[in-house]
Design a protein around this ligand. Structure first.
Ligand code: ZN
Length: 215
């Protein structure tokens, strides 16, 4: 283990500098300057979601860090993000959720990357909060990347792109925590939630590592 940490010393998940303290995910500078979300508030105009908790605003170092998780095979980041998210949720949550699920990735993407980052984060949150994690949704077709699209194009892009892949009784009357990496306009999460409501869930609450600021 010592040799491993000598060869691969733990690094700050935001700025990647080598950490001096053990059991920490951030360097002291990032801990003080990271764009943490201080007041949790759901973005306006997102149907089917009862609320949202995000750890960071999606900017600068946070953006680069999530990109490393997604595209540069850093699945270990999901452990850190999951822990930060679970901490934040425990502060916010009044009633426990019945099940934790995630925004599914199209199979080909998961295959190429080796993992779906939202699923890894969701499973980490579930473990820390002692709530079962279960894949409730699948993607029915590939979609274009959402960035660069307008709000209405985003909505159209994901419309009908998901379906519930479990029997209705698994979701019926359940309070579902939906996990994703980033919340932008909420189109993707809202479409996932719409499908969960078709299976008669009671509530869908969204948890993301980061969200964009309201303009
Ligand atoms: Zn740092």
């Amino acid at each position: 283990m010592r040799l491993l940490s000598y060869l691969f010393p733990p690094r700050c998940i935001l700025c990647t500098q080598v950490l001096k303290e053990e059991n920490s995910y951030f360097c002291p500078e990032c801990r003080n300057t990271a764009p943490f979300v201080k007041t949790q508030q759901l973005k306006t105009g997102v149907p089917f979601l009862s609320g949202n908790t995000s750890v960071f605003y999606y900017e600068d170092k946070v953006k680069r860090s999530i990109r490393r998780l997604k595209y540069y095979k850093k699945p270990q980041y999901a452990v850190a993000f999951g822990m930060l998210l679970a901490n934040e949720l425990e502060k916010e949550m009044e009633e426990p959720f019945d099940v934790i699920t995630w925004v599914p990735a199209y199979r080909f993407k998961t295959f190429r990357r080796g993992y779906n980052q939202a699923e890894l984060i969701a499973k980490q949150v579930a473990k820390l909060m002692s709530i079962p994690a279960r894949g409730l949704l699948t993607r029915t077709r590939p979609t274009r990347p959402q960035n660069g699209l307008t709000k209405s194009q985003r909505k159209a892009n994901v419309l009908g792109a998901f379906c519930c892949c479990v029997p209705e009784e698994v979701i019926h009357k359940k309070r579902v925590l939906l996990v994703d990496d980033i919340l932008t306009t909420g189109s993707t999460a809202s479409e996932c939630a719409r499908m969960l409501f078709e299976s008669k869930c009671q509530e869908v609450y969204l948890a993301t590592v980061a969200k964009t600021r309201e303009k």
